[in-house]
Design a protein around this ligand. Sequence first.
Ligand code: GDD
Ligand code: MN
Length: 387
Amino acid sequence: MAPQSASDPSVNSRQAVELSLISPTFNEKGNITPLVERVHKALSKYSYELIVVDDNSPDGTAELAKSLSSKYPLKVIVRTSERGLASAVVAGLDQATGEVLGVIDADLQHPPEEIPALLEAIRGGADVAIASRYVEGGNIEGWSTKRAIISKGAKLLATILLPSTRGIKDPLAGFFLFKRKVIDGAVLTPIGYKILLEVLVRGNASQIAEVPYTFKERERGKSNLTIREQLNFLRHLSRLAWFDGDVKRFLKFCVVGTTGFGINLGGFWLLTRIAGLRDPYDLVALLIALEVSILSNFALNDLWTFRDKRAGGLKALAVRAAKFNMVSAGAVAIYYAVYTPLTRLLGVYDLLALFFAILVGLVWNFVMNFLWTWKTESQRQRLERGE
Ligand code: GDD
Ligand code: MN
């Protein structure tokens, strides 16, 4: 960078702020003035900018916001070709200069007075600081039982499908701050409402702090959360699950299993036809071919499927190989446990019974190897409040 004098005004005007706060708006005319005022008051001790991203609201939110931008550190972005909370936030992030980035709803359900506590959590070492409804001390005002259940169900789904959200109490929050480096190099392509999911999955945060707060009732305007947004949530989840989740891992595991099948068959052919291990030694050939295929499965899974979960040296490798063998032995037991009652008690056609046995065995193999053979401690630490 060319050296420039600090007194050069053009430098000052481009100077980065500490915090860029993005607020997406759609028809929030009644909330925008108190939002801007309360944010300004809450952040009086910090250098910040507020970026309002409005999707061309018919109620004139953007015009009102623009009129405030001479008095406050406020940028207003108006999008005319796109709609959506999360993508609006991404558009805001593109224009942000802060070292710390943040998201807050404009409808004041997220009290701006909580921002300093989030910022302090970031200063204290957190990569992401979430204003959380579900940690101790957090709360929700005035939700119907129906909405509470939907929220819990959505959270459960996210936890199952997205490993990056595990251990986080409120991964569906809409009020949070994070360090810029978390999304450095990440491409964010959210669908719908849940921008935090996008940041957690596509970004690289290792320390997450959750700060309790009370999600307030909306006083003015109305929520835009429709059935359509709930469907968008499912679309977003499946997109992220593909990227983050163990879905891809499971498919890799299946591919490896298929190669093992070929190796087992081919090995048996070699041993019996070329090496001449004929009756009764074909039984030995069977065992050798099986073990070779188990070992090759292990090697491929270790190098590919569970590559990110390898740890330790040669000894750890040997332990994993032994565990993998034990899991495979368990799978054989499962074949019998599924096949026998299906054919003997229920009279299921034998090939169909075997098919089910293979499916159950596959799931067993995957789950056990995932949870046991390639078990790793979660690398993500949680920063509790006050730590
Ligand atoms: N630009 C833009 N475009 N903004 C939008 C859009 C849109 O299509 N839809 C909603 N917003 C803005 C609203 O104007 C408001 O500022 C904010 O996004 C939240 O929208 P609400 O419709 O009020 O959402 P909610 O209250 O049901 O849910 C919010 O809070 C939850 C709890 O933190 C969302 O932020 C959820 O993601 C969050 O889980
Ligand atoms: Mn709201």
